[in-house]
Design a protein around this ligand. Sequence first.
Ligand code: NAP
Length: 379
Amino acid sequence: MTNMTRRGVLGSALATAAASAHAQDGKIRAYEHGDNKTGGGLTLRLVERPAPKAGPGQVVMRVRATGLNARDRSLMRGVRIYGGAGDRPTLVPFDDNAGDVLSVGSGVTRVKPGDRVICTHFPLWIDGPWDDITMTKMDFGVNVDGFCAEQALAPADGLVKIPDSLSYEEACTLPNAGLTAWNAVMVESKPVAGETVLTLGTGGVSVFCMQWAKLTGARVGISSSSDQKLARMKDLGADFTINYKTTPNWHEAAMAATGGKGLDVVYNTVGIGEMERAIRASASNGRIMVIGANPTNPAGTTTEDQGLRDFPRSMIMRRLKVQGVLVGSRKMLEDLVATAAERKVKPVIDRVFPFEQVREAIAYLESGGKAGKIVIKVS
Ligand SMILES: NC(=O)c1ccc[n+]([C@@H]2O[C@H](COP(=O)([O-])OP(=O)(O)OC[C@H]3O[C@@H](n4cnc5c(N)ncnc54)[C@H](OP(=O)(O)O)[C@@H]3O)[C@@H](O)[C@H]2O)c1
């Protein structure tokens, strides 16, 4: 996308102007986040940009919906991933996306104008093994513009068509949270009937882990800090629930829930702070899927403060497999979408915000009040 951003921050009157009128003017509305040199406070602003033009192998997507993931909280605060955005001063945030193909660049045959599509989180990972050196070079909202805009560029190779069973709002939750959970459940841990799994918290990834794991026939538990959220998860199909706030030693509750055998799979969407309990909660031959990389434990202290020395011994004695999970390939997203359509799986959306209320959506994410996904309806 051209970097000829017009810097004027739009006022609220302009923010409510019709999207189509802007596009006809050759301009679009987009949010940008930039360097947070001073630290603290959101760097987000709504600006007007020239409408993007598709280069070779690219499409212009009319973005219908985008959404928030845990990492967007950090990105909004200026935290850099992979050393940041190079010499680009600003980027359009958010990788969640769903929309229509507006136009295609030369050489594009996979999709055509009018197709309903999503673009996978790492569009350079099509299939086969992951390579972090080459495949992180395109990460939406981190080193290329993301999808919090009326139009966005996407590489045609990263696109997957949206099935009729899913709305744009539902589909936009799949490229990151949905796919990460799919990879963790269906590719890396593969639970089977007769096994018991537990997924931690009711965040976007974790709720998808619960939904995909239910398709496998395994017995599925989920934890939360909120009994109200756990009641909702029961309604959505959870076989057992644990409140990790009222039961901080949740591994004991997991042991009780499995008759003392332990969990066959733990989806650790939190990070190091829950690794010790995840290991303690595991059955022999268990698998721990490491998805969250939060560097602090629940008390907020860093990992150096924790007794990690016993981890290898515990892992050896129970013959555990500890597996890092990173989003997923386009092939995995294609498999996910086909299964979601066939098995009628609906992403769990907590709340949809209008495009003009992205700040409110982020504040809601930060409040911790939601379960599942927060979506932004763009157009
Ligand atoms: N590896 C990857 O490829 C990948 C991809 C996507 C996300 N992630 C990471 O996965 C994590 C979750 O992402 P997300 O987008 O799903 O986050 P999210 O929607 O913001 O959800 C966060 C949830 O975590 C739960 N939580 C916090 N502390 C907990 C604890 N000690 N025990 C159990 N649950 C706890 C809370 O659930 P309750 O409100 O129910 O208490 C909270 O709502 C983040 O660290 C993110 O960076 C990794």
